[in-house]
Write a protein that binds this ligand. Structure first.
Ligand code: CMP
Length: 138
């Protein structure tokens, strides 16, 4: 187990001005931001990031959505980071997300679900390295 996870605040949340509110919830839950940047993924980069979902029926829609506008990418540090962050963001489908979770408060649908959180330590390392080199991680 490592103590880091990776997150993206997605284009829907950026458009709605929810970035600050989401970061405040992340901080309040005890996560330390050790890397962060706002950027706009092109379809190529978005497709590469979500390559594991390439065969899924929603892949095209997902790539289109994730390249629609700016995102904020960050690496977060906390004991048990991956599992605790997934609890904080709530279920992928906001209709199933519990009260007090980020997706319950900010997400509109299973596709436009406001935030991403890594699902394993291994993917957290891969996804963090996709956006940040060593000099950009503190
Ligand atoms: P995320 O946690 O970023 O990982 C994969 C993403 O695919 C997921 O959040 C959703 O945004 C998206 N996704 C998962 N299932 C569906 C679905 N059935 N339809 C559309 N998008 C989906």
């Amino acid at each position: 187990m490592t103590n880091r996870t990776f997150t993206m605040i997605k284009p829907d949340a950026t458009e709605k001005g929810s970035t600050g509110g989401i970061l405040a919830m992340i901080n309040a839950a005890g996560f330390r931001i050790v890397a962060m940047k706002m950027t706009h993924l092109g379809a190529g980069k978005a497709g590469q990031f979500y390559e594991v979902h390439k065969e899924r029926p929603f892949y095209g829609e997902l790539v289109e959505f994730m390249s629609r506008g700016p995102i904020t990418a960050a690496i977060l540090e906390k004991e048990n980071a991956v599992e605790d962050f997934r609890k904080l963001i709530g279920a992928t489908n906001p209709a199933n997300a519990e009260e007090g979770t980020i997706r319950k408060k900010y997400a509109a649908s299973i596709g436009e679900n406001a935030v991403h959180g890594s699902d394993s330590d291994e993917n957290a390392a891969i996804e963090g390295a996709f956006f940040f080199n060593k000099l950009e991680q503190f």
